[in-house]
Design a protein around this ligand. Structure first.
Ligand code: ADP
Length: 600
C-alpha cells in the first residue's frame, strides 16, 4: 500500500540515494585514509629500520663481512624484514632472503633510483622472489660525502593488506547496516508525510464534493499547518461567495418568476435556453424541451431576424410583435420585445423581454372609441338644438304651435344631452371610486329595493299599459334576502333593466320579475315579451354606446350607456349578468349576486 504511493517511492529513493552516497563516500574516504596511513607507517618503519641498519653498519665497520652478514640475518629475523645491501652500481652485495649471487642488478629498481636522487626511495610491488606484495625502502649511505652503498629494507604488505581487507569488510557491513536503518527511517518518515497528505486529501475530497461547511480541524505540527489554514480560508471564501451567488440567483429567479413580463434567453442559433414561468405559460413551452425549442416556434420570422441582428451587432433592439391567440378566436396579443446582448463567457446569448401591450392598446383604442362616440352622441342633439334655435332666430313667431314645437325639440335634445352627461359623469365617478376602493358596500335587502324601483317606474308601465308581475309579498323566504351593494346603485341596476324592458316591449306587453334564492346566491330575472335581440347583437349590448337600432333608441331617449352601467355596477357588487333573447319574442336579463344571509 505504502509503496504504491509515488511520493513514498520518490521519497524513499531520494533518501536512500542520499544516505548511500554519503555512506559510500565516507567509506571510500576512510578506506583511502586507512590505506595511506598504513602505507605511511609501513614506510616510516622501513626507513627507520634502514637507518638503524645504517647506524649499525657504520658501528660495525671494522668487522668482517661474515660477521656482518650474520648480524644482518639476525636483524632480519628479529624484525621480519628483508634487508638487501647494494653497491653503488646496484649489484646485490648481501640479501637476507636470497643468496646475493642469485639476484640480478637492482640499479633500475624504482626505490633505488629514488634513493639516488633523494633522501630515500620507496616502492610497492609484487615480489617475484617472495611471491607477494611488498614495500621496498632504499636509503643511500654516504661516507665523507661519497655514496658508498645503498641499504634496502622491505617488508611484506600481507598483514597490512589483511587488515585493510578486514576494514573494507567492516565498512561494507556498516554501510549496509546504515542503509537498512536509513531505509527504515525513510519508510517511517515517508509514512508520516503520506499519512498527513492522505488526511488532507480526504478532507479536501469532502469539500470538493460540495460540503463547504467542512473545516479541517486537526494540526500536523509542521509546514502542512499553513496549507491546512489556507484550505480552510479558501473553503470559507468559497462558501461565502457561493452563498452570495446563490442568494443573488434566488433573488433573480424570484424577480423573474414574479414579473409580469415573459423573459427568454436565446443563443445565437435562436435556441431558447432559459425562460421564466410567464414565458412558458404564454408560449406553452415545456421546461424539458428547453435548448431544443427554437425562437421560430413563436411563429414570427421577425423575432429570429432581430435576434440575429442583435447577436451580430451586439446592440439592443426593440421590436413589436403581434401574436394571434390560439385559444380565444379572433383575439391577438401585441408585444414589444426588448432584445439585448446578454453577457455570457461561453457563447453569445440574447435576452428577450416581452412586454404585453395588448391591454394598453385596447385601453387606448377604447378611449379613442369612447371619445368619438361621446362626441358623436353629444354632437347629434347639439346639431338639432343649434338647427332649431337658428330657425327660431329667423322666426317671426306668428305660428305659436310651430314655435312651441321648435322650443320643445330644443328642450328634449338638451334634456337628452343632459342625461348623457349625467350618465357619463356617474360612470366616471364610479370608476374613480371603485379604482380607489372607496365604494363602501352595505347589506341591501333585495325585495324592498326591487319594489322601490318598480314603484318609481309605475307611471311608465301605466302609460304603455304594460303588466308587471312581481313575487308575492307572502313569500317569506325571499323577504330577508340581502346582498352587499350600495342601495341607490342597486336600485339603479333594476330601474335601468325595467326601463329597457318597457322601452323595447310594445304597449300592452308583460314584464315580470322573479327572484330565486339558492344556498349561496340570489338570482333576479327581468323578463319581457318585447321585440327581442338578434343573436349577433347579444355579445355587444353591454358595450358603451352600443345600440341596435339607433333611430329607435334615440326616439325612446336611449344613449347606449344604460346596459354598460348595469354590467359595471353588477360586477362592482361581485355579481354577474347574462342575457337570453329571441327576436320578436322577448328578452330576459339574469342577475346573480352572492347572498349575504345564505340559507345553508
Ligand atoms: P339604450 O339607452 O339605447 O337603451 P342600453 O345600453 O340600455 O342603451 O341598451 C343597449 C341596447 O340594447 C339598446 O339600444 C337596445 O337595442 C338593446 N336592448 C336593451 N334592453 C333590451 C330589451 N329588454 N329588449 C330588447 N332590446 C334591448
Amino acid at each position: 500500500m505504502l509503496f504504491q504511493s509515488r511520493i513514498t517511492r520518490r521519497f524513499l529513493a531520494s533518501f536512500l540515494l542520499a544516505s548511500l552516497t554519503a555512506l559510500t563516500i565516507t567509506g571510500l574516504f576512510l578506506l583511502q585514509y586507512f590505506h595511506s596511513y598504513t602505507m605511511q607507517k609501513e614506510q616510516e618503519a622501513l626507513v627507520l629500520n634502514a637507518q638503524i641498519i645504517e647506524q649499525t653498519l657504520a658501528a660495525q665497520k671494522q668487522q668482517d663481512s661474515r660477521q656482518f652478514a650474520s648480524l644482518l640475518q639476525q636483524l632480519s629475523d628479529n624484525t621480519g624484514l628483508r634487508i638487501t645491501i647494494l653497491s653503488v652500481d646496484g649489484t646485490v652485495l648481501m640479501d637476507t632472503s636470497e643468496p646475493a649471487a642469485k639476484l640480478d642488478n637492482h640499479f633500475e629498481r624504482q626505490e633505488v633510483q629514488q634513493a639516488l636522487a633523494h633522501e630515500y626511495g620507496t616502492a610497492v610491488r609484487y615480489s617475484d622472489t617472495l611471491l607477494e606484495n611488498r614495500m621496498y625502502v632504499a636509503i643511500p649511505v654516504y661516507e665523507d660525502g661519497k655514496l658508498i652503498r645503498i641499504i634496502r629494507t622491505s617488508n611484506s604488505l600481507a598483514a597490512a593488506e589483511a587488515s585493510y581487507q578486514t576494514l573494507e569488510h567492516a565498512l561494507i557491513t556498516a554501510i549496509l547496516l546504515a542503509a537498512a536503518v536509513a531505509f527504515l527511517l525513510a519508510v517511517w518518515l515517508a509514512k508520516r508525510q503520506v499519512t498527513t497528505l492522505e488526511r488532507l486529501r480526504a478532507d479536501a475530497a469532502i469539500i470538493a464534493h460540495g460540503n463547504y461547511s467542512h473545516r479541517i480541524n486537526w494540526r500536523s505540527g509542521d509546514e502542512f499547518d499553513q496549507l491546512i489554514q489556507t484550505i480552510n480560508l479558501l473553503t470559507e471564501n468559497l462558501s461565502r461567495t457561493l452563498g452570495e451567488t446563490k442568494a443573488e440567483a434566488e433573488k433573480l429567479a424570484l424577480v423573474l418568476a414574479q414579473m409580469d413580463n415573459a423573459v427568454m434567453l436565446i443563443d445565437s442559433q435562436g435556441r431558447i435556453i432559459e425562460t421564466n414561468r410567464q414565458a412558458q405559460e404564454l408560449f406553452q413551452l415545456k421546461q424539458q424541451a428547453l435548448n431544443r425549442h427554437s425562437i421560430h416556434l413563436l411563429g414570427s420570422a421577425e423575432i429570429s431576424e432581430a435576434a440575429q441582428r442583435v447577436s451580430h451587432t451586439q446592440q439592443p433592439e426593440t421590436i413589436t410583435y403581434q401574436r394571434a391567440d390560439k385559444t380565444a378566436a379572433g383575439t391577438s396579443h401585441t408585444f414589444t420585445i426588448f432584445l439585448t446582448p446578454f453577457p455570457n463567457k461561453d457563447a453569445a446569448q440574447i435576452l428577450a423581454v416581452f412586454h404585453d401591450i395588448s391591454l394598453l392598446q385596447e385601453i387606448n383604442e377604447r378611449q379613442a372609441e369612447f371619445i368619438s362616440n361621446a362626441a358623436h352622441e353629444l354632437g347629434t342633439p347639439l346639431t338639432a338644438i343649434s338647427g332649431f334655435a337658428e330657425t327660431l332666430l329667423d322666426d317671426d313667431f306668428q305660428q305659436p304651435a310651430r314655435t312651441h314645437h321648435f322650443a320643445q325639440v330644443i328642450y328634449d335634445q338638451s334634456q337628452r344631452m343632459n342625461h348623457l352627461i349625467q350618465d357619463l359623469l356617474q360612470l366616471a365617478r364610479l370608476e374613480t371610486l371603485s379604482h380607489n376602493r372607496e365604494l363602501a358596500l352595505t347589506p341591501v335587502p333585495v325585495l324592498p329595493a326591487l319594489r322601490s324601483a318598480l314603484s318609481e317606474l309605475q307611471p311608465v308601465f301605466h302609460e304603455k299599459q304594460q303588466t308587471v308581475q312581481f313575487p308575492s309579498a307572502e313569500d317569506v323566504t325571499l323577504n330577508d334576502m340581502q346582498i352587499a351593494a350600495v342601495p341607490e346603485l342597486f336600485t339603479q341596476i333594476i330601474r335601468n333593466l325595467l326601463e329597457n324592458a318597457s322601452k323595447y316591449t310594445p304597449a300592452g306587453g308583460t314584464i315580470s320579475i322573479t327572484l330565486d334564492a339558492e344556498p349561496q346566491s340570489i338570482t333576479i330575472r327581468i323578463t319581457d315579451n318585447g321585440i327581442g335581440i338578434a343573436p349577433e347583437h347579444l355579445p355587444r349590448i353591454f358595450d358603451r354606446f352600443y345600440r341596435i337600432d339607433k333611430a329607435r333608441s334615440r326616439s325612446t331617449g336611449g344613449n347606449g350607456i344604460g346596459l354598460s352601467l348595469v354590467r359595471y355596477l353588477t360586477e362592482l357588487f361581485h355579481g354577474s349578468i347574462e342575457v337570453e333573447s329571441t327576436l320578436g319574442q322577448g328578452t330576459v336579463f339574469i342577475l346573480h349576486f352572492p347572498c349575504l344571509n345564505s340559507k345553508s
